[in-house]
Design a protein around this ligand. Structure first.
Ligand SMILES: Cc1cc2nc3c(=O)[nH]c(=O)nc-3n(C[C@H](O)[C@H](O)[C@H](O)COP(=O)(O)OP(=O)(O)OC[C@H]3O[C@@H](n4cnc5c(N)ncnc54)[C@H](O)[C@@H]3O)c2cc1C
Ligand SMILES: *[C@@H]1O[C@H](CO)[C@@H](O)[C@H](O)[C@H]1NC(C)=O
Length: 470
């Protein structure tokens, strides 16, 4: 009983949201008039309805700021959601990896050592073969060091060692399940549970921010995604360097939705890297990060993006709403999920927090209507192509040259893939892997944080324009 009262208080406090907003780092930064003007045009699309969704931008902003962001932010800080199991050493299936593995220090990801993996994961995860040791904290002892030394990388991967205690019978079951998953319901290719290079990463110690990853390697990834794996109008493929969305208006809803989903995720990545941009020399021992208006402006300015920048920003809302809708539709899954952490109170808090997110989301009459997709004669083929393309994008993530970018790329693509899996299948028959649940809520956390950041950039511009002294 005492626990429940405590829990309720905690959630009320969280939903108040304001505690997280008392400080706005953007307000202290001055900028030139010219930047303000063009910045303002970046936001021109950020009003009114989000096409194909039924909420408007203003409603989403409110819902996000007051409820979803604080809740998702809290949730993703909990240990169940912080530890992400991932294979960061998987080879790129499409082309020879280039040398740009670590462009700068900030790229390296430090996997948890065995002692740092929480006991509850050791208890449930057959791939960790050694017996569980007493609770050791949550990787907080790992220095966020940035060495790119290949040797240390190798040593760190014992964690993923194959466990021979899985019986062949269990393995058979597992393979069957996997096969069913792959052919029927999955939109993503998951990492192979048997891979030696699987390890746990504490996401909170590896924040998504500026890494310096750019140039031919990053270009190739985005090109492969947009040019080879999105549905594009024929004439656009070779002629233009920037995809003109107005040329896609004649295409069916599903194909446009595919593009907007990816574009929304891309926007989120760009917002995070500009909101946590490098502020010191790249070679500094303790680099500092902070918001960079100029950079944000440059990347979404209509004049520099053939008028597409404002639409890219709006696509973030689309992606956000689709993921939020999936979480709402997945309600029965969360009710029956145990969220095992070995700590009863934690499990209760997780469930209650998710309930609150779902409740908040439901206050929006309709987030995204998935029943409009894949519902006519051509659907079966289209759905299969859609799935194939998306799965291919999940494999392209193994080609991302910078480790930290690869990590967050995988989290987000897998999160969107899980959302699609929930939206286009019967939830009563679904069973999600832990990694899918973790990815889904972290993806919501990312997109939610991006919308929050975007509004900070925006409110700064507005405050400056009305001459307010802030
Ligand atoms: C999976 C992945 C994760 C990454 N994570 C990080 C990270 O965490 N930190 C970091 O610093 N860098 C990260 N990067 C690199 C970053 O995304 C950029 O590639 C890099 O900053 C160079 O940016 P750019 O200005 O050349 O344009 P890019 O962002 O590389 O875009 C390439 C082209 O795509 C088009 N485009 C741009 N944005 C959109 C959009 N929203 N919708 C549709 N089309 C668009 C434009 O034509 C643009 O020229 C990541 C890259 C990838 C592929
Ligand atoms: C998968 O992506 C790669 C790299 O972009 C591309 O060459 C290939 O044609 C794609 N395959 C499918 C089935 O879409």
């Amino acid at each position: 009983m005492k626990e429940l009262i405590w829990l309720t208080c905690l959630l009320l406090w969280l939903c108040g949201g304001h505690t997280l907003y008392e400080e706005n780092p953007f307000l202290s930064i001055k900028q030139s008039k010219r930047t303000q003007l063009s910045l303002d045009t970046c936001f021109c699309e950020l009003q009114g309805p989000v096409e194909e969704c039924c909420c408007d931008v203003e409603t989403v902003n409110r819902l996000n700021q007051l409820q979803v962001y604080p809740l998702a932010n809290y949730l993703t800080g909990m240990s169940y959601f912080r530890f992400f199991k991932v294979d960061l050493l998987k080879e790129c299936p499409f082309w020879q990896d280039d040398s740009s593995k670590c462009v700068m220090k900030g790229c390296h990801v430090e996997p948890c050592s065995e002692e740092e993996v929480p006991v509850f994961l050791k208890a449930t995860d057959a791939s960790i073969s050694k017996p569980a040791t007493p609770q050791q904290g949550h990787c907080s002892s790992v220095p966020a060091s940035c060495s790119c030394d290949e040797d240390t990388l190798d040593e760190q991967n014992e964690l993923g060692a194959i466990d021979s205690t899985i019986s062949s019978k269990q393995q058979e079951e597992f393979d069957k399940w996997k096969e069913f998953d792959d052919s029927e319901v999955n939109f993503c290719e998951l990492d192979d549970e048997q891979s030696r290079s699987l390890s746990y990463v504490d996401l909170s110690l590896n924040p998504e921010r500026y890494t310096g990853y750019a140039g031919p390697s990053a270009d190739r990834i985005w090109k492969a995604i947009y040019r080879e794996n999105c549905f594009l109008p024929e004439e656009d493929i070779t002629r233009h360097s920037i995809i003109d969305y107005s040329r896609m208006q004649g295409m069916c809803l599903e194909k446009r939705a595919f593009y907007r989903l990816i574009s929304g995720m891309h926007t989120s990545i760009t917002i995070h890297l500009t909101a946590h941009y490098l502020q010191s020399e790249p070679s500094a021992t303790n680099p500092t990060f902070g918001p960079n208006f100029e950079e944000f402006n440059k990347r979404f300015d209509p004049q520099r993006t053939a008028s597409q920048g404002p639409l890219w920003l709006k696509n973030l809302y689309f992606t956000y709403l689709l993921v939020l809708r999936a979480i709402t539709k997945g309600e029965p899954l969360w009710e029956s999920e145990s969220f095992f952490t070995g700590n009863n109170l934690d499990e209760k808090i997780i469930k209650e927090t998710i309930r609150q997110i779902v409740r908040a989301a439901k206050s929006c009459p309709s987030l995204f209507d998935e029943t409009q997709m894949f519902n006519d004669d051509s659907s079966i083929k289209l759905k299969s192509q859609f799935k194939q393309h998306f799965r291919n994008i999940s494999r392209i993530m193994d080609c991302v040259g910078c480790e930290k970018c690869r990590l967050w790329g995988k989290v987000q693509v897998r999160g969107i893939g899980t959302a699609l899996k929930i939206l286009f299948n019967d939830v009563q028959r679904l069973k999600l892997h832990r990694t899918e649940i973790v990815s889904l809520f972290n993806a919501l956390g990312r997109f939610s944080s991006s919308i929050n950041q975007l509004n900070r950039f925006r409110s700064n511009v507005q405050a400056d324009q009305t001459g307010e002294d802030v």
